[in-house]
Design a protein around this ligand. Structure first.
Ligand SMILES: [Zn+2]
Length: 181
């Protein structure tokens, strides 16, 4: 979460993350606390049946994490960020294809899922992200952010960082092409 914050990919209260700690439970960031100063004790243990224990409530988006872990066995860690350039790229209609760059091909894989704008924390959003996550490791939420999963938290982080760098390249390329017309 500190890396996401230092790279401008979340605000202090934005985004969330989780890591699987057994076949039935995962550690998750709490709701409301500033994300760049979280301590191990602040984390919440959430079980795949939706119950949880901890000093704080889990993040409002815990359903989205549950949905991915239930559907995708290879997901061992999940991060949700608010990448500004990725959001912008979709808003101006740019198509994101990870096969375009060596780095994105490696960090993201074959595809990027897209989910229409839905209420944060809603069951509907969780379900749609779960559906896309069955096909792609990285899912962009229109006008909202990104969800990525991987075998480790760094695998998920790498995908989110690669996506944001790619979005910057795509937007700049679009502007240069427009200017030279
Ligand atoms: Zn969010």
């Amino acid at each position: 979460m500190r890396i996401l914050h230092s790279r401008g990919l979340i605000n202090v209260r934005g985004g969330n993350g989780s890591v699987k700690i057994s076949s039935r439970e995962f550690l998750m960031t709490p709701s409301g606390l500033p994300k760049h100063i979280l301590k191990p004790d602040d984390l919440v243990v959430v079980r795949l049946d939706g119950t949880w224990t901890g000093r704080y409530k889990p993040t409002i988006e815990y359903r989205l994490h549950l949905e991915i872990y239930r559907r995708v066995s290879s997901a061992q860690a999940i991060l949700h960020s608010h990448n500004p350039y990725t959001i912008l790229a979709l808003r101006i209609g740019l198509k994101l294809d990870p096969s375009e760059l060596v780095e994105t091909k490696y960090a993201i894989g074959e595809c990027i899922g897209v989910v229409e704008e839905l209420e944060p924390g809603s069951l509907e959003l969780a379900k749609r992200v779960g559906e896309e996550a069955e096909k792609c490791r990285v899912v962009v939420l229109e006008n909202h952010g990104v969800v990525a999963y991987g075998e480790t938290v760094y695998h998920a982080l790498d995908a989110i960082e690669a996506l944001e760098d790619y979005a910057k390249i795509k937007i700049t390329e679009h502007l240069v092409a427009k200017k030279s017309k």
